[in-house]
Design a binder for this molecule. Structure first.
Ligand SMILES: [Mg+2]
Length: 412
């Protein structure tokens, strides 16, 4: 049995070339792509990587908490891994972003890409179709300036952001883009009402009435789905909305885990489920949602807007889903572009003229880290090895207690 023998954490901070104004934080000029990167190494030298989006360096003390929980774990024991991450969450930290690193190791151990571990039948997937997920709420006139470029890049569908002061402005954005791109081009709409952030400006809050009116406008404009039109916990309103419109309703990106997503599915909140494996309970929870969507004939298209590593993780999950439509490809030039989104990867993930991205078929998650770029943008703030853990334990509890604990761990 392999064991986790080395745990490393990095703060990664990639400056953006131009400011980016995310629709989900009204009024906030984002100048950096920041995340925490975890690198786990087994006693036989297999490395697993994952990343969790961060605002600053807020996870600076996290290693001291998670280190002893994860050291020595069998990387293939998904049940135990998720149990330990749950135990860490009792102290206030949600850490399902760490869980994909274990899948990365497991894929490498079995010599398979992770999507093949998640499929019932092992079907080769070479590429998936993506939609251009814009990130800024731009008035119709401004959005039309970028829509031609988006089409030139190869995309066959675009997701527009709407959360303007009035509903008329929000309808206008979609109507003008529809006029420009014609009926054959896919349009999705995201109202970003699921998890409001009010740190700078107070964004407009939608109620059920506005969501229904807007969804009916979307029907007329041939919108493929309306995403997060209400608060993520407004389960009853979401299912009422779904009853009131033919526009498919999508959501679930930042749920806390399977326990929440299960309620949404049972209450009939969405037509399309979008759990992000770096937020919503890891790859294990995404897999459960995917299986439930298949069973109930629902859509599944994970959220991927974090960074290049998050995109690759969710790409592996999505590749395992047999009834694919489109996967989210985060892109908003000039602020959020592949060069800064994927700066620590060996090569950026680029869309093909067919509107697809390649699915890595190398073992694991297919995350090839460029070590030079990681040294440039990353700062390692935590390393744990069994020796360091022993030294820390002896300092805190003395040799006798440390030996007793070591014996217990060895027995279990
Ligand atoms: Mg969204």
């Amino acid at each position: 049995m392999s064991k986790i023998q080395r745990i490393e954490l990095f703060n990664v901070d990639i400056p953006l070339k131009k400011p980016f104004y995310p629709s989900w934080i009204s009024g906030y000029p984002q100048l950096h792509n920041r995340f925490t990167l975890i690198r786990l190494t087994t006693d036989d030298g297999i490395v697993g990587v994952s990343a969790g989006v961060s605002f600053e360096t807020e996870r600076q003390g996290l290693g001291k908490l998670i280190g002893p929980y994860l050291m020595g774990l069998d990387p293939t024991d998904v049940g135990k891994i998720n149990q330990r991450l749950k135990e860490v969450s009792y102290l206030g930290w949600r850490n399902s972003w760490i869980e994909p690193a274990f899948w990365d190791i497991r894929g490498k151990m079995e010599g398979k890409p992770v999507y093949k571990l998640l499929q019932e039948r092992e079907e080769e997937v070479k590429e998936v179709r993506v939609y251009c997920s814009t990130g800024e709420i731009q008035p119709a006139k401004k959005r039309l300036e970028s829509i031609d470029k988006i089409r030139e890049l190869g995309f066959k569908a675009v997701k527009l952001r709407v959360r303007s002061a009035t509903m008329e402005e929000d309808v206008d954005i979609v109507r003008e883009v529809r006029k420009r791109v014609g009926d054959d081009f896919g349009i999705m709409v995201d109202a970003n009402q699921g998890w409001l952030v009010t740190i700078i400006d107070e964004p407009p809050r939608w109620d059920l009435g506005r969501a229904i009116s807007y969804a009916r406008e979307c029907e007329r404009l041939g919108v493929l789905w309306l995403e997060e039109p209400l608060d993520m916990y407004a389960y009853d309103d979401l299912s009422a909305l779904r009853e009131a419109t033919k526009t498919p309703i999508a959501g679930g990106e930042l749920s806390a885990g399977w326990h929440e997503l299960k309620i949404m599915i049972e209450k009939g909140c969405f037509n399309i489920y979008q759990p992000d494996a770096t937020f919503a309970g890891g790859i294990s929870a995404s897999r459960k949602v995917m299986e439930e969507c298949l069973r109930r004939d629902l859509g599944f298209s994970p959220h991927t807007w974090t960074n290049g590593i998050g995109l690759l993780i969710n790409l592996q999950v999505y590749a395992a889903f047999p009834r694919k439509t489109y996967l989210e490809y985060p892109y908003e030039s000039p602020g959020w572009i592949p060069a800064s989104r994927d700066a620590v990867l060996e090569s950026p993930i680029v869309v093909s003229p067919r509107g697809t991205i390649p699915v890595p078929n190398t073992p694991g998650l297919g995350i090839a880290i460029n070590e030079r770029a990681l040294r440039k943008y990353g700062k390692k703030f935590y390393t744990l090895t069994p020796f360091r853990l022993a030294v820390q334990s002896i300092r805190r509890m003395g040799l006798k207690t440390t030996l007793e604990l070591a014996k217990k761990k060895g027995v279990r």
